[in-house]
Design a protein. Sequence first.
Length: 99
Amino acid sequence: MTIDRQTVEHIAELAKLDLTDDEINLYAGQLSDILAYAERLQALDTDAIPPTASVLPLRNVLRQDAVLPSLPRDAALANTADQAEGQFRVDAILDEGHD
């Protein structure tokens, strides 16, 4: 299938793109190549291939859930821009009267 200039101009208009003549010619060729490749893929006989979401076997990688020491408070607050009473201090994002 070949994409002509008029089709590229129509697509560009729908996408609100302002394309130059050179870009229109370039994209017409590129889109034509993409559609030609898709046609080649459509011609393949895939009846014997079962549908699949992935060609790799599914496998969960889990680790043991274990309690570990956390980051010390001083280390966590070391690079903060503002802190108060051992906590991060940030600007309010909600109004006072908001429930």
